[in-house]
Design a protein around this ligand. Structure first.
Ligand SMILES: Nc1ncnc2c1ncn2[C@@H]1O[C@H](COP(=O)(O)OP(=O)(O)OP(=O)(O)O)[C@@H](O)[C@H]1O
Ligand SMILES: [Mg+2]
Length: 416
């Protein structure tokens, strides 16, 4: 028997969980199911954390860090900071420096005089749902990683009971705040930006899976963990759940199920067998959120529409229904071909069987192709007017059966 329980943030935490979506210090209470972490134990077995392959030795943090393939220190060594330095950087954790709060604790914007840099400082909440393990794994993973689509860890503080993480500051905040919890007056993301964010996030994931000396499964891919820099440059953040992937003949890592409800791959949730494909499923959910503007889990929606993937599955089978899936906030400003391609990638990523899902390298290649075709609403409008056989004209033509390659406009077919 499989025993589920949802590891909720304590009600105290849920109450406290607020976010600054505008970066104008306007705070919004935010509690929803999509924030609920999954913690599933198999057959009532005890937590098999011995199988978690990352050493949790705090002492090694300062030592065995980033030596790149060519043997050089890659310059991303995490620095240590004193608690006083971090308190000074945030004006003693002043409320006007508060950026938001997650399972680890509160996040503040700070100015670190020692390195003359604006940073984001995350302070571990001793009563929160995350703890020392997440802190250590975060520092280990990010100390070993160096990629333009992964948030940079500048340093940390481990002084007495205090555990704080210091990151580069990401001025545009999380993807979630631009896509799913859009404040009135904030402009929705356009099509090109959405695809650029997807391609960047995929690149970060590819680095974790394929390019790190010790490949890592991320386990916490979701919109709130994709942070945005200038020009909406995306970076993955929050590596506290990351785990070293299977190596040699092994196909999976057996571990308790952790992640966020709605993003967690069904086979991993059922069996506790974690594979690189578990991240691919979560990536597919994020891509679906980018296309539809809907949340992975939305308790405010009707039963049929609560779970985004369950809602999307039948629609993937009918190309004529693709436009119904698009975020209404795009107001029709998207390329029919690009939509088809993006949905084809999404449908493959959220397949239930991991062996049917693409590897991250293929996802990156496909998304780079999608982003290479920049969508220009002006040109699109002119082309549609000129061509009587344009996709929008054909979309309603049920008898029309074309068989043209990758465009998604000419074929009457589904993506699944
Ligand atoms: N480096 C950063 N730069 C700017 N803002 C950040 C940074 N890191 C986190 N934030 C902001 O802090 C808030 C809380 O982030 P945090 O990662 O702790 O929680 P979360 O992602 O919402 O939830 P979870 O605990 O499930 O990951 C978010 O609004 C996020 O945008
Ligand atoms: Mg986060």
């Amino acid at each position: 028997m499989i025993c589920f329980w949802w590891k909720r943030k304590s009600s105290k935490n849920s109450q406290k969980k607020t976010k600054d979506y505008s970066h104008t210090h306007k705070l919004t209470n935010h509690t929803s199911l999509d924030k609920v972490k999954v913690d599933l134990k198999l057959n009532g077995k005890k937590d098999d954390s011995k199988n978690d392959q990352l050493a949790l030795d705090l002492k090694s943090l300062k030592l065995k860090v980033p030596i790149s393939a060519d043997g050089n220190d890659n310059g991303s060594r995490a620095q240590t900071f004193s608690f006083d330095e971090l308190a000074a950087a945030t004006g003693n954790f002043r409320s006007d420096c508060f950026l938001g709060e997650g399972g680890f604790g509160k996040v503040y914007r700070g100015q670190l005089e020692k390195i003359n840099q604006v940073v984001a400082i995350k302070q571990l909440d001793p009563h929160g749902v995350q703890g020392i393990r997440e802190f250590v794994v975060e520092v280990l993973t990010l100390s070993l990683a160096d990629h333009p689509n992964l948030v940079k860890l500048i340093g940390f503080c481990a002084e007495g009971e205090q555990r704080l993480l210091v990151y580069e500051y990401m001025p545009l905040g999380s993807l979630e705040s631009h896509l799913l919890d859009l404040l009135p007056g904030r402009k929705p993301l356009d099509w090109n930006t959405r695809m650029k964010i997807a391609a960047g996030a995929a690149s970060g994931l590819e680095y974790l899976h394929n390019k790190m000396k010790t490949p890592v499964i991320y386990r916490d891919l979701k919109c709130s963990n994709i942070l945005l820099g200038e020009g909406y440059h995306p970076k993955l953040s929050d590596f506290g759940l990351a785990i070293v992937g299977p190596s040699g003949d092994k196909t999976h890592v057996s571990t308790r199920v952790m992640g966020t409800y709605g993003y967690c791959a069904p086979d991993y949730a059922m069996t506790g067998k974690l594979t690189f494909k578990s991240d691919i499923y979560s990536f597919g959910v994020v891509l679906l959120e980018l296309i539809t503007g809907r949340k992975a889990i939305d308790p405010t929606k009707s039963h049929k529409e609560k779970n985004l993937v369950a809602w999307a599955r039948p629609l993937f089978k009918d190309r004529k229904k693709f436009p119904q899936m698009v975020d209404p906030l795009l107001e029709g400003q998207y390329p029919a071909r690009g939509l088809y391609q993006a949905l084809a990638i999404t449908a493959m990523c959220v397949q239930e069987q991991p062996n049917m899902q693409p590897a991250i390298g293929d996802v990156v290649t496909a998304l780079n192709y999608v982003t290479s075709q920049k969508y220009d609403p002006q040109i699109d409008r002119v082309q549609r007017c000129r061509s009587p056989s344009s996709p929008r004209v054909r979309r309603g033509d049920h008898k029309h059966k074309h068989n043209v390659s990758d465009d998604g406009n000419e074929r009457d077919r589904s993506v699944n």
